[in-house]
Ligand binder design. Sequence first.
Ligand SMILES: Nc1ncnc2c1ncn2[C@@H]1O[C@H](COP(=O)(O)OP(=O)(O)OP(=O)(O)O)[C@@H](O)[C@H]1O
Ligand SMILES: [Mg+2]
Length: 361
Amino acid sequence: MLSAVLLNMPSTQLPTLEHLSTAIMLLDEQSRIAYLNPAAEHLFAVSRSNLAGHPLQHAFSHTEQLFSAMQSALSSHASHIEHDMLLSTHTLDHKLHLSCTVTPIHLDNSALLLEFHTIDRPLKLAREEQMHDQTQANRLLLRNLAHEIKNPLGGIRGAAQLLEQELEKPALREYTQVVIQEADRLRSLMEKLLVPQQAPHFSALNIHEVLERVRSVVLAELPEGLIIQRDYDLSLPELEGDKEQLIQVALNIVRNAAQAMKGNGTIILRTRISRQVTLLKKRHRLALSVQITDNGPGIPTHLRDKIFYPLVSGRADGHGLGLTLAQDFVSQHQGSIEFESEPGRTCFTLLLPLTHLEKRK
Ligand SMILES: Nc1ncnc2c1ncn2[C@@H]1O[C@H](COP(=O)(O)OP(=O)(O)OP(=O)(O)O)[C@@H](O)[C@H]1O
Ligand SMILES: [Mg+2]
């Protein structure tokens, strides 16, 4: 029987399933988990050795939709596709939105093959591409605008200084000082806008050194009430990247989190390896995943669609440039940046491909 053969096979002898990017799970006649491929381990953040031989409830909570798809496949002796399935695992703190195909492996027993696809994938790719285009357009617009504004600012400031020297009433200097200070403020904003012009300098770096630097900077800024926990995978390989840029990326995200929580709360810095990720239409075998999670109030709903746009800020003293720069730097590393946010939990995820390891392979 095919099912018996498949289910008794050691995973090393399932080479095709092992390399599929689709998440696959095999269930034996008692609906226990007999096998899952690496794509499924990655999708559900579980390990094969912890699940093999256990019932499905060991991996998932709220299995009603999955069980009814299995029932339907078994009673019709044919594949059943559930297009819109929400599945919670015991390991992930968010629900997965999936399409699931259940196929009986053989007619005379109830072993099943389950295939899972995340259904927001095409949407996600379109969004990433749109974001990349938007970043390029933003960068060009801002650079031109910043140049146009910066040049006359020098003239305005110089004229205000000259005027100040000619003023007879010292009280009037209050006004020229306003002109000078505001010109200086605008100038520093324009200089910030012009930063992305610099070409990145790539070298081998350890992502944990980047995060440790950011952690100590932000803790020094807000020493009381802020906890920054680490959940690092210390076996991660080195990354080929621009260290200063990546520090800016993480610093902007962590600082935003700390500011949103008004310095009181917990931030978790988590690093993991991600396998088989598609970033900007390119498939990468390996990528670093960095998650920065806070337990603050969440990103205001009206800002959620536009926080990566320049000059969009929810803070009275914010420039609205931190995340624009972060996104620009991440895209120079061929990576992606996205977030999930609700009151009590905001999580920014960076994916940075390990391209140098791919070239070597
Ligand atoms: N972790 C977070 N929790 C709540 N709101 C957030 C979080 N991260 C970002 N935001 C919101 O997104 C806005 C945009 O962030 P961004 O870093 O781009 O600009 P800014 O912090 O306002 O200004 P700048 O970083 O240029 O000083 C923030 O003003 C804030 O309203
Ligand atoms: Mg910011």
